[in-house]
Design a protein around this ligand. Sequence first.
Ligand code: GLU
Length: 257
Amino acid sequence: MPSAGYRGRIAPSPTGYLHLGHARTFEIAQARCRAANGTLIYRNDDLDGPRCRPEFATAAMEDLRWFGIRWDEGPFSQSERLPLYRDAFERLRDAGCLYPCRCSRKEIAAALSAPHLGDEEPPYPGTCRSADPTVPRPGTNWRFRVPDGSEVRFHDGHFGEQKATAGRDFGDILVWRKDDFPSYQLACVVDDALLRITEVVRGADLIGSTFRQLLLHAALGNPAPAFYHCPLVTDEHGHRLAKRHDAMSLRALRAAK
Ligand code: GLU
C-alpha cells in the first residue's frame, strides 16, 4: 500500500508519441516514488487544444504501460479542470498580483504548453505593468508581476542548488490568456498543489519553469513541492530527443520488438 507521504506525478502532453526521453524521466519518477513507498499520479497535460489529440493521450498511457510504468491515481486531464485554474487566477487577481497585458507576443500563443529548452519567453519588458487591473477590457491576457531583483532559489534533487533573479533571468509570468485558458505555468502549479504532489520529477529543460512556479506557489499560499530534474536524453548528435524523433518513439520501439 502506498504511504500517505510521498506523492509524485508523471505529466505527459499528448501532442505526439512519447519517446525514450519521456520513458526515462517517468521511470526515474516511478523509481523515486517506489523508493519512498509513495503514490504516483498520472496527469494528462492536454490544455493545448490545437496540438493535443485524444489518440495521443491514449497512446501515451498504452506505451508507458508497455514500458513498465504504473500509476496509482489518475489520469487527471487538465482540460477537465478549468474551473480550478480559474479560481486560482481570480485569487491572484483579487490579491493584486496580476495586471492585464495587451501586448501580443508569440510567446502568448505558446503559453499553453510547457516551454522546453529554447522555447522560454524572454523577460517581458513590462510594457503593461501600470495597466489598471480594475478596468480590464475583455480579451486581455494577464501577467503575474515578479519581484524584480529578488533571487529565487531551490535545491534540486539531482542538480543541487539553483538560483535565478526575477526580472533579469525571467520576467512577468503569463498566467491567463484572453481566450480564457490558463497558461501551463498556472495550471501546473494549481494541479501540483491540489494533487498534493510532494516531489516534481521532470526533465532538466523545465528548470526555468521551476523558478516561476515557485513564485506562483508562494503567491497562492501553497507549500512548494521538492524538485528533481532529470538529465535530458540526447540522440547520437547530442540533440535533445523530441517528439519529431519518430524512430525513438515508444510506439516504434514496440512495433520493432
Ligand atoms: N506536460 C509537460 C511536458 O510535456 C510537463 C510538465 C511538467 O512536468 O511540469 O513537458
